[in-house]
Ligand binder design. Sequence first.
Ligand code: 1AE
Length: 409
Amino acid sequence: MPGMCTALYQVHDDKADFSKKADSIAVGLTVGSWTELPDARKAEMEKHLGRTVSIDVHEGDGTPGSRYADIRIAYPDINFSRDIPALLVTVFGKLSMDGRVRLLDLDVSESFRSAFPGPKFGIEGVRELLGVHDRPLLMSIFKSVIGHDLKGLEEQFYQQALGGVDLIKDDEILFENEEIGIRRRVAVCMEAARRASEHTGQKLLYAVNLTGPTSKLAEQARTAISEGANALLFNVLSYGYDVLHELSSDPDINVPIAAHPALAGAFYPSPHYGISASLLLGKLMRLAGADLVLFPSPYGSVVMPKQENMAIKEALLDPASPARTSFPVPSAGIHPGLVPLILRDFGSEVVVNAGGGVHGHPMGAAAGGRAFRQAIDASLEGVSLPEAASASGREELAAAIKAWGVREG
Ligand code: 1AE
């Protein structure tokens, strides 16, 4: 629809007249009131008026809570500036607190979208930086770093890198401190990456956690990059999508940005309230410029229903969007025994990501990375993990299977 952004809501109500409800949203979130306006004023306000596009009522089975409607409302672009905060406050600001209403999806107009260049690197750009085009990528999470000195951190980084991972990301709870502040951390970790690459022959991206006051983030990112940082991690939801957009469209911040989903559980899990996972962690993250997006998987320790997970993947990869695609990174409680499931559901355009599944390997973190790489290779060859693990040279995978087992489905 030209010049309109369209929101899809699910509204639960046992008795409501959903047609009235839709019109009250369309009017209430745009011109405020309509029928009471004199004709002359109506003519002036017409261009600002929201429109009910569709109402799909599901009467339910009569049990309380089973009746709902999917309601689509279109909002004229001229009502809001071309930024995500303005869009979200328009379509779901006050409404998010007004009854059992959930924002399922948003379709932005071409004009709105044109303000967002999207991911600077995307899947192809990240693959290009790493020189890896023929397999899923592997990321390891820097774990238990609080309380470590620089030396301990460097060693932990080196062990992860030695295992053949493609990316290492900071833990999202690692903030600035005297001992391992971003500048010092980047310097020693990138040196450890260089040493490890002499053994692995691989390139590696280190996604360093960008933290602190919003006004200092861009400067902090530039400092990290000047010390050699080649990727960033960002807790998007605690700062807001607009901050990600600012960082990702800053020409000086020319490294991929990985979006962490911290706080997402405050928005998506309810069937009645909040924002759907695919919009929150899929469409909006890509629009705001995330090159990689982490989210809970359907298989690990923090579980998201598979249908919602697949909807995030679709949003990140949707070819209908002109933006570069963002890498899906299903995470939390991932171990090598889950790799066949991840590849079955996500295909090759995925980053397998693990913290405990790397560091908790019985033979150490380097072996943890190798076990994952062996699991990825076996899955790509169509060989079952137990069979692959019985081959010589894959003792790391055998040990991982003994520790964590293999999930079949
Ligand atoms: C959904 C985010 C997962 C994450 O950030 C994290 O640290 C996971 O750690 P593990 O793999 O569960 O140890």
